[in-house]
Design a binder for this molecule. Structure first.
Ligand code: FES
Length: 157
């Protein structure tokens, strides 16, 4: 069987299995490793991880669909998540989202044609004190306004 990940990633997942008392507990970090390498968690990857951890592919699919940080489809190199929950909404998240849509030329849930940016609104990112708050890949930014957002985009472009 051809692995959907590099042997190095397969080895790192094997290492994870030795860290947790139950193999299934390695699910989230294993999925992170897969996504880190491939940019998404495909059906094939979910079956692979399920096999490694001794859980069902349906269980893995349930976990992947629950957490917004896992992508079943490829996303942009800079994956922009904008919090839309009330504290951020009250501090301008809707305006920030509208600004991002205009600047990036894409709608909520889309990836730019050049693959550089994808944009999605999400529920609370856990940094309400920094509202309005966004996350780009693993990095967090907030509080933001249109001007700060433009500076950030300039650096990423
Ligand atoms: S409400 Fe936006 S980070 Fe919590």
């Amino acid at each position: 069987m051809t692995l959907p990940v590099r042997p190095e990633t397969d080895r790192r997942i094997d290492e994870l299995l030795g860290v947790f008392p139950h193999k299934g507990s390695a699910l989230l970090p294993a999925l992170y490793l897969v996504q880190e390498e491939t940019g998404q968690v495909s059906e094939e990857s979910m079956e692979y991880v399920a096999g490694k951890l001794g859980v069902s592919p349906a269980f893995v699919a349930g976990v992947v669909s629950f957490y917004t940080m896992f992508h079943r489809e490829p996303v942009g190199r800079h994956h922009v998540q904008v919090c839309r929950t009330l504290p951020c909404a009250l501090r301008g998240a809707n305006d920030l989202m509208a600004h991002l849509k205009t600047r990036l030329g894409i709608r909520d849930g889309e990836t730019r044609a050049d693959g550089k940016f994808s944009l999605v609104s999400v529920e609370c990112l856990g940094a309400c004190d920094r509202a309005p708050f966004i996350q780009i890949n693993d990095r967090e930014y907030g509080p933001l306004d249109a001007a700060k957002m433009d500076d950030l985009l300039k650096r990423l472009e």
